[in-house]
Design a protein. Structure first.
Length: 453
């Protein structure tokens, strides 16, 4: 592990298909340009698998309990499976000798479907695609560029949301490939909420929230580029932000909340790999008005927890895929302040309930406080309240956890732990773990428990 004393700096550095850019070739599936008989006859029909119907009463009870305990909100239910290229799907040999594998996955009444792979490795020339059966939505190709491990030491992977309940997986392998691919599906995630169309504006955030491109966000257009919506391990929402390392080399480090990974038993020492985690960049409404369809966005996939601590509820993640490698997106890296002084009141930028990016304006100078639930540690948090502005009264909500709190001089001074504010309780307070406490881990000698290592 690198010397992480240089992890973060005190300077600000400026460094359709709906447009969806996971780190991929962004091309159409191979089968779209071929006439392949999938209805039988000389070729076998594509194998289809159907996941169980969800017990929504049970799921809603579980989600209510999670929210009561300030856990990140869940949008999808993960069905545990064991599908790979050998025990499922249908193989075709194309006229030129190339091979094509397809599997049809049906999740009854799903709003979206995404996949988590416990083993993933593609040879040079191999291409994986995921698309809706009606071919209206497609992502890929994922290639050897997306390999996280080696053929001998495999790692996991995940592909993003496809908005359909009837989805195809397709793998193409050229005839001269030296090795076969290894693709093993661990979870099929049935998305059951947070995707809204038609008579409701996009997303589930409360009506008081203020889009980041309203007037309130005009002075924060650089900083907003650092804030990402995070899908934690395929099923849960949080928020995080890119922070700059002290050597100013723009390494991909994201600051978020410890509880966003803790509830999945992830830990920098004992279980650091977050192979099923996504980071959504530029996930925002283009203007101040709410929108009825999902915006364009970019994603990177995979991370490793390199430090976390419950005292100030921080987690520092190193991204596996670097957002600098995305086409047409320039990330921003936040400066921070570890002085222990809050400075004049600034803003919070976040993704409430996984919705598009919002901005909330701090009412008064943050108060040095403690997280009001055990374990209680004095002066470990900033206590914050919010004020009404021109376009609303921004607060926070579930899904905002891990988002940055800025002072008026545009420095990060903490990340959201939780609180009581919402559009129903606009005058209630929130608590952010202090950056200076995270810097030392509250005096912890273990390097994986502090930002300064």
């Amino acid at each position: 592990m690198r010397n992480i004393k240089y992890l973060i700096c005190l300077y600000l550095v400026c460094l359709s298909l709906n447009v969806y850019a996971q780190l991929s070739t962004n091309e159409k599936p191979v089968s779209f340009s071929m006439k392949i008989d999938l209805s039988g006859g000389k070729r076998s029909p594509v194998q289809s698998v159907t996941t169980p119907v969800l017990d929504m009463e049970k799921i809603e009870a579980e989600d209510k309990e999670d929210e009561d305990y300030d856990m990140p909100p869940r949008f999808g239910y993960p069905h545990k499976v064991n599908y790979d290229l050998n025990n499922s799907g249908t193989w075709y040999t194309l006229p030129n000798g190339d091979k094509l594998w397809q599997l049809n996955v049906i999740c009854p009444n799903a709003l979206s479907v995404n996949f988590c792979y416990d083993k993933f490795w593609l040879p040079e020339g191999g291409k994986l695609f995921v698309y809706s059966k009606d071919k209206q939505y497609s992502i890929g190709a994922f290639t050897s560029r997306n390999n996280k491990g080696t053929r001998e030491h495999l790692r996991g992977f995940a592909t993003g949301l496809v908005y359909s309940d009837n989805v195809m997986l397709e793998y193409y392998q050229p005839k001269d490939s030296e090795y076969d691919a290894i693709i093993s599906i661990d979870f099929i995630v049935h998305g059951y909420r947070y995707i809204n169309y038609g008579d409701k504006s996009f997303g589930d955030a409360g009506s008081c929230q203020v889009n980041v491109n309203c007037e309130e966000g005009q002075d924060w257009q650089k900083e907003k580029k650092a804030v990402a919506r995070i899908i934690i391990e395929g099923s849960y929402y949080c928020t995080g932000s890119l922070v700059i390392s002290t050597n100013l080399n723009r390494e991909p480090f994201v600051l978020t909340a410890n509880h966003c990974i803790r509830h999945l038993n992830k830990d920098a020492i004992n279980n650091p790999h977050l192979d099923y985690t996504f980071f959504y960049w530029n996930y925002e409404a283009p203007g101040c008005a709410n929108i009825s369809v999902e915006p364009s966005y970019y994603t990177t996939q995979g991370a490793t927890a390199i430090a976390n601590n419950f005292t100030s509820d921080f987690a520092l993640l190193q991204l596996t895929e670097d957002p600098k490698e995305l086409s047409n997106f320039t990330p921003y890296y936040l400066g921070w302040d570890r002085s222990g002084q809050s400075g004049l009141p600034g803003v919070g930028i976040h993704h409430p309930r996984g919705d598009v990016k919002k901005i909330s304006t701090v009412l008064a100078q943050p108060e040095s406080s403690y997280w009001p639930y055990p374990p209680i540690v004095a002066d470990s948090h900033w206590k914050v309240s919010w004020k009404a502005t021109q376009n609303g009264h921004g607060t926070t909500e579930p899904g905002s956890s891990g988002s940055p709190l800025f002072s008026a001089n545009h420095k990060v001074i903490g990340q959201l732990h939780g609180g009581n504010s919402s559009c129903y309780y606009i005058n209630e307070a929130d608590w952010y773990g202090k950056f200076d406490v995270s810097w030392t881990g509250n005096g912890n000698d273990t390097i994986q428990r502090r930002l300064n290592y």
